[in-house]
Structures are given as structure tokens and as C-alpha cells.
Ligand binder design. Structure first.
Ligand code: BES
Ligand code: ZN
Length: 630
């Protein structure tokens, strides 16, 4: 009888019970349903300290041990909170430290507890001062006189600040009380609970929608808020608030565009938090409040696609979540596709095509790099990251190959039919996780229906399980950059003088294209002209600066190396940092310069970014067992 219950419970779990190679959790035994955090932020010690009370459901009535993910946590005590409120001490043990996964925390249950009951487990703990999810910023790294801290859970870092089942297939609600220095404000990926009786520096939150642990997020700093519509607004350090509000004027329209494409917005509010420059990402889709890099504030609203992207994750990623990090493309590929479609609606076809074209060039380069590094398997959409840090699988492949796959499907289905398919998908799987295989099965079933387009299973599988870009890829429209490309060639050939470049007509995306088109052997004198005529350097529009500095590296243009260093010291944003270090890592001289710059920049980078840079400029030496290369 008990066995039957367990099997039933397992089949109910189905989608979420797929094995996740990046978690010690055993969801077939117990499921964490709710987390109540009570934490104090200690800026001096760089630690969070307090309790996490987990509401746990027993799935397997025979189960005697609850296994949680942790990394570097100092666990003080574990208690079972009984119905009466009485706290009973539970025995626990921390397993050996795995360098990628951290340590399993195993909590033992005495023979006390009725099967299938919900239990409350209170864990008293503090984080390590080196916790990978946390970045503590000095006042000098902010735009005001106060320190700042934030958490970054994706992919498998939540366990370094909460003892939790840290697998994207396991969802939970949460609540929190956060205590901060009285002059600072806390925000979380949750609804703020106003409490007039709260002491200064005490902040309460409630997240009613179930989310995976990686989306539990906290930021603390000197923050102010400005509403930008009835459901949307922006948080930022006070000195940045006005510029942020100007840049994000379209936020409400973005939200409405998302709803028209993907179905109702299920998270009540959508706010953006503008982070300090050290923030590790262009954006992070924490539910209800995307954390966004200030590098998107260009003054002309030209870089807001990143916000559109994070907002789009409210459907692809946060509502329907990749079951494991091997299915990451289901998060990012869908999101990049939605982003592009939303940009088209919001800012027109031309802008969407320009961004698509730039992304495509990046993808082609990434595929070539992965192939050259012997990592061709990482160019499949479905990844196999077991035994590896899931961040290693974070490449343009998930984003842009994923988006191109959906673009291919769109072209076969026709837009209206494909849009309906997407809306159904988000609706049918809302607040659940998805594997690549389940998506594939659903797509194939849809193709059986009357009126469906003809798509061969081999065509689909070439995208999902095959390398590189399949022949069914829809070509990137050439037209958008035709005139810039002509100007670029003429300028290089000396037919157009630097002073006569038609830059007044260019949007930043055209600048990016112009710079990306220049070859490594370009004359340094020409680079000097560009640099002085248009003040190219470390400041200004971040995407133009990135393309300029890539060109500087490619051409070995030493006079601009100080700008490269300045840029890499000022930003901690993954794509900007990783792209430049990857380019540096292509030559011996570049590696030497990269190591020099990194030594200075490292203290300002988030742990994930350090890992990514170190893999590039300090590549692991191949193991001797690998044998001689053939
Ligand atoms: N979810 C990602 C950021 C991320 C990826 C964090 C993997 C940790 C592990 C976010 O949505 C993202 O893709 N950010 C991009 C911007 C986007 C416009 C491509 C970034 O940070 O550049
Ligand atoms: Zn994303």
C-alpha cells in the first residue's frame, strides 16, 4: 500500500522528478514547498546570518532523510517545529565538499512524524564570507556613499546563501524578514509587505507564486523608487533614478506587449532594479523585479532590449522553467525569441533585424570557437553538463541558436499559428518545469494535428541534438546593414574620409556593425582617427565601447589599451567582460595583458564572472592521461 502511494506520488511529480545532475536534492523523497527566511545582513563580516524555516512535504512515506543543497554554509542547529510550536532538535550531517555542487546537508528524522504530513524544519545558519551567490560592494563601487550587496542565484548558487533544494525543477513559495543597516533598503523577488510597526532596517516580503530556488533574490543598498505606470516602476540609487526613469519610459508598454504575445502576466508587478556597475549580468530575471546593469542606460533608450529580454523571462524561464541546466535553451532560446518579437512590436522591424543580425554574427563566432576548443557538443541545444559547472554551458548557443530554432518553427507554422502554440505552451505549463524531451514530444504531437505544417522529426532533431546551425535555418536579412557595410568598406579603402562618415544618421546598432566589420589588419592610423573624431573609449554607449575595444584587441592597437583596462575595471557585466577576455585569450600577448588587467579587476568581479574569466586566461592544462594529440 505504501509502495503504491510512493509510485503515485512519483508519477504526479513526473516533469519535476527528472534527475538533475547539479543538485543533491531527492525530490522523490521530500519536497520543500515554502521557505521562510529571517536574515540579518552583516556588511562588516560580509555574511547573512539567521534562519531558514522550510515547509517540507513528505513524498515517500518511507523516507527518513531530507537532503538539501548547501555550499559553504555554517549550519548551527536544525529543529523540527512541532504542531504545538515546540522545537525538537534534529541530527544532521554535512557531506564532503564537491567543488561544483557544494555539500549535501542530510537531516535525519526520528520515528515521530506521520507520513505525508507537512513538516517545518528550522535551520539556524550563516553564510560564508566567500559565498558565491553574494557580492558585497564597497561605497566606492556604488554611485553614492553607501555599501551595496546582492544575491545571484542562477545557476546553482542559491545554495551558498540558503540551505535548499536547489534544482530548477523544484518550486516553492517564500517569505522573508531581512534586517539591514537602518539607512539601507532591501528589495527581493517578492511582494513587499508594508508594516508600519517595523523597526528601521527591517523589511518583509512575501512571494505567493511558486518559484525555483535560483530565483529567490535579495539586494540591499541606498535605493529609491519611482513608479512608471500602474504595475511597473524602477528602483535605483538616488543619483541614478531620474536617468533610469527616462530610459525605462516604455516599461508599461513592454509589459503589455509581452502579455499580448505570451499570455497574462502572472506576477502582479514588474519593477526594474538598476544595479551598481559591478553587477554580474546585463540583466537577471528575478521575478517581479529584474536586476539590470546600469550599462543599459545609454541616454537614448537604445539598449533597452535587455529589459525586454528580462521581462520576457516572466514567461519563458520563470513561468515555464528549464527542468535542468541541460535544458537551458528552453529558458534563454525562448526568451531571446520573445525579446526579438517584442522589440519588433515596440521599436519596429528594422531595429529587431539589426539586433538579430548582430546576435547572429556573435553566434557564428561562438560556434567556431567552441568547435576549435573541441567542445562541439556544446553547440547542441540539449546540453550535457553533468560533472561541469553549468555556467560553462552558458553561451550564445542557448540564446541565439535557440531563438533561430523557434524562428524556423515560426516560418513553417506561420506566425499566427506559432503564436497560438506558444501561448498554449505557457498556459499549459505555467509554474512547472519543462525538459527538452517533453517540449519535443509536445511539438511532435502538435504536428500530428490537422492543418499542422510538415516538419520532419529529423529537421527538429538536427536543431536539438545536432551541432552548429542546421540547413533549415532562416537566413538573416541582409538589407538592414547594407548601407553601413558599404560605408565601412569605402572608409577602409580611403574613399570616405573619417570626418565625412555619416555618423549622425547612425543608431548605436549601426555603430556596432561598422566597428565589427573592421578587420584585424586595419591601419592603426585609421583607428587613431576614429578614436579622436568620435571619442571612442571606455565611456559612452556600452555596446559601442565593447565593439570598439574588441577592435582594439583584434588590431593590437596599443594606444587604446588603457581604455580597455578602464572599461574592464569599471564593469562587472558578464557578456562585456567575457567577450573582451575571450578576445584577449586568442594571442599570447593578449593573455599576458589579460592577466595583468584581471589581477586588478578581479576583486570587483562577482564569483561567477571570475570563474568565466579564469577559464579563458588560465585554461586548465590537459590531463596527461588524455594522451598525445593525433
Ligand atoms: N538569466 C540570464 C543571466 C544568467 C545566465 C545568469 C546564466 C546566470 C547564468 C539573463 O536573462 C541574461 O540572459 N542576461 C543577458 C542579457 C540578455 C539581453 C542577453 C546578459 O547578462 O548579458
Ligand atoms: Zn536571459
Amino acid at each position: 500500500m505504501k509502495r503504491i502511494t510512493a509510485i503515485l506520488a512519483l508519477s504526479v511529480l513526473s516533469a519535476s522528478a527528472v534527475a538533475d545532475p547539479h543538485s543533491f536534492a531527492k525530490p522523490e523523497k521530500f519536497l520543500v514547498r515554502h521557505v521562510d527566511l529571517d536574515l540579518r545582513a552583516d556588511f562588516a563580516a560580509r555574511r547573512l546570518e539567521g534562519t531558514a524555516e522550510l515547509t517540507v512535504e513528505q513524498v515517500d512515506p518511507e523516507a527518513k532523510e531530507l537532503v538539501l543543497d548547501t555550499s559553504g554554509l555554517e549550519i548551527r542547529t536544525v529543529h523540527l517545529i512541532e504542531m504545538s510550536g515546540h522545537a525538537r532538535v534534529l541530527a544532521f550531517r554535512l557531506g564532503d565538499l564537491d567543488p561544483i555542487l557544494g555539500s549535501p546537508l542530510t537531516i535525519e528524522f526520528p520515528h515521530c512524524c506521520a507520513a505525508t504530513a507537512e513538516m517545518r524544519i528550522r535551520i539556524d545558519y550563516r553564510t560564508s564570507s566567500e559565498a558565491a551567490a553574494l557580492q558585497w560592494l564597497e561605497p566606492a563601487q556604488t554611485s553614492g556613499p553607501h555599501p551595496f550587496m546582492y544575491t545571484q542565484g542562477q545557476a546553482i548558487l542559491a545554495r551558498s546563501w540558503i540551505p535548499i533544494q536547489d534544482s530548477p525543477g523544484i518550486r516553492m513559495t517564500y517569505s522573508a524578514r531581512i534586517r539591514t543597516p537602518p539607512e539601507l533598503v532591501a528589495v527581493m523577488s517578492a511582494a513587499r509587505v508594508e508594516d508600519s510597526a517595523a523597526a528601521p532596517g527591517e523589511h518583509r516580503f512575501e512571494m505567493k507564486q511558486p518559484i525555483p530556488a535560483y530565483l529567490i533574490a535579495l539586494a540591499i543598498g541606498d535605493l529609491a523608487f519611482q513608479p512608471l505606470g500602474d504595475r511597473v516602476g524602477v528602483w535605483a540609487e538616488p543619483s541614478r533614478l531620474a536617468a533610469a526613469a527616462y530610459e525605462l519610459a516604455d516599461l508599461q508598454r513592454m509589459l503589455e506587449t509581452g502579455e499580448r504575445m505570451a499570455g497574462p502576466y502572472r506576477w502582479d508587478r514588474y519593477d526594474v532594479l538598476i544595479m551598481p556597475r559591478a553587477f554580474a549580468y546585463g540583466g537577471m530575471e528575478n521575478p517581479r523585479i529584474s536586476f539590470v546593469s546600469p550599462s543599459i542606460i545609454a541616454g537614448d533608450r537604445s539598449l533597452v532590449s535587455t529589459v525586454v529580454h528580462e521581462l520576457a523571462h516572466s514567461w519563458s524561464g520563470n513561468l515555464v522553467t528549464n527542468a535542468t541546466w541541460d535544458d537551458f535553451w528552453l529558458n534563454e532560446g525562448f526568451t531571446s525569441y520573445l525579446e526579438r518579437r517584442m522589440v519588433e512590436t515596440l521599436y519596429g522591424k528594422r531595429r529587431a533585424e539589426m539586433e538579430d543580425s548582430i546576435a547572429y554574427e556573435g553566434l557564428v563566432q561562438t560556434i567556431a570557437d567552441l568547435k576549435a576548443a573541441g567542445l562541439e557538443n556544446d553547440t547542441d541545444l540539449k546540453l550535457n553538463l553533468a560533472g561541469r559547472d553549468p555556467n560553462e554551458g552558458t553561451s550564445d548557443v542557448a540564446y541565439d541558436k535557440g531563438a533561430r530554432f523557434l524562428r524556423f518553427l515560426e516560418s513553417r507554422f506561420g506566425r499566427p499559428a506559432f503564436d497560438a502554440f506558444l501561448r498554449d505552451y505557457f498556459d499549459a505549463h505555467a509554474f512547472r518545469s519543462m525538459t527538452t524531451e517533453a517540449f519535443r514530444a509536445e511539438l511532435l504531437a502538435r504536428l500530428e494535428k490537422p492543418g499542422a505544417p510538415r516538419i520532419a522529426v529529423e529537421e527538429i532533431d538536427a536543431w536539438i541534438y545536432g551541432p552548429g546551425l542546421p540547413p533549415t535555418m532562416i537566413a538573416v536579412p541582409k538589407g538592414v546593414f547594407e548601407s553601413v557595410d558599404r560605408v565601412a568598406a569605402d572608409w577602409r579603402a580611403g574613399k570616405i574620409a573619417t570626418a565625412d562618415l555619416p555618423v549622425k544618421d547612425w543608431v548605436p546598432q549601426e555603430w556596432v556593425r561598422f566597428l565589427d566589420q573592421q578587420p584585424a589588419h586595419i591601419a592603426h592610423a585609421k583607428l587613431g582617427e576614429l578614436r579622436t573624431a568620435f571619442q571612442l573609449g571606455a565611456d559612452g554607449n556600452a555596446e559601442i565601447a565593447l565593439s570598439w575595444l574588441q577592435l582594439v584587441i583584434r588590431a593590437g592597437y596599443e594606444p587604446a589599451f588603457p581604455d580597455l583596462e578602464k572599461f574592464l575595471l569599471a564593469t562587472g557585466r558578464w557578456r562585456l567582460v567575457e567577450t573582451l577576455f575571450r578576445d584577449l585569450a586568442r594571442t599570447e600577448a593578449g593573455i599576458a595583458l589579460g592577466r595583468q588587467i584581471y589581477a586588478k579587476a578581479k576583486p570587483g568581479y562577482h564569483a561567477s564572472i571570475r570563474g568565466a574569466v579564469e577559464r579563458l586566461i588560465y585554461p586548465p592544462t590537459p590531463a596527461p592521461e588524455a594522451g598525445p594529440a593525433v
